[in-house]
Design a protein around this ligand. Structure first.
Ligand code: PNS
Length: 164
């Protein structure tokens, strides 16, 4: 059984991420979405909420053979624990590759695990978690970019932030 890991911060999980998971499914038997910690990012959502939102999106899309798990610590250690042969990440553009390349090379250097890149659907390439949150923060419509449950979660989290 070929297991692959799709890692990310997923703050929150978007339809762009879902597209990558669909592509990863077509290349493997089992996909594990790894909700990991990115030391460079301050997240809006706790890791538990990020896991729940990814799970809800994948359930609503009715994708089988996909699990969502929290991945604390080193991603390469998580890959070894779950028996993943490859990491799969999506690319929207050259800037994505610039960001992904050092991580892919580091992961291979420290563990031997190869990262495979898939090209995301061009019609979704404007979707980024950070931009979705920013559009929502300024009152814009984010339906069609994230699952309806995630729309509600973002609105709730931003409203709670404003109250502080
Ligand atoms: O969605 P992101 O923020 O671009 O994903 C980056 C992520 C979370 C996959 C990366 O920061 C990561 O792998 N974090 C886990 C800790 C780790 O293994 N760090 C070394 C990466 S080379």
């Amino acid at each position: 059984m070929r297991t692959v890991v799709c890692p990310g911060s997923f703050d929150p999980f978007t339809y762009g991420h879902l597209d990558v998971v669909r592509r990863a499914r077509s290349l493997s038997d089992r996909v594990i979405v790894a909700v990991a910690h990115n030391a460079a990012k301050k997240t809006l959502f706790s890791v538990q909420r990020r896991v729940e939102m990814a799970r809800a999106t994948i359930e609503n899309a009715q994708l089988s053979n996909v699990e969502v798990r929290e991945a604390p610590g080193l991603l390469t250690e998580f890959c070894a624990e779950v028996g993943a042969e490859h990491i799969i990440k999506g690319l929207r553009n050259g800037a994505d590759l610039d960001g992904e390349l050092p991580m892919a090379l580091m992961n291979r250097a420290i563990s031997g695990v190869e990262t495979l890149f898939v090209l995301g659907e061009p019609q979704l390439s404007h979707i980024a978690s950070s931009l979705v949150k920013d559009v929502a923060r300024h009152g814009g419509d984010i339906h069609g970019m994230v699952d309806p449950m995630v729309v509600e979660e973002i609105q709730r989290a931003l409203a709670a932030q404003e109250e502080k």
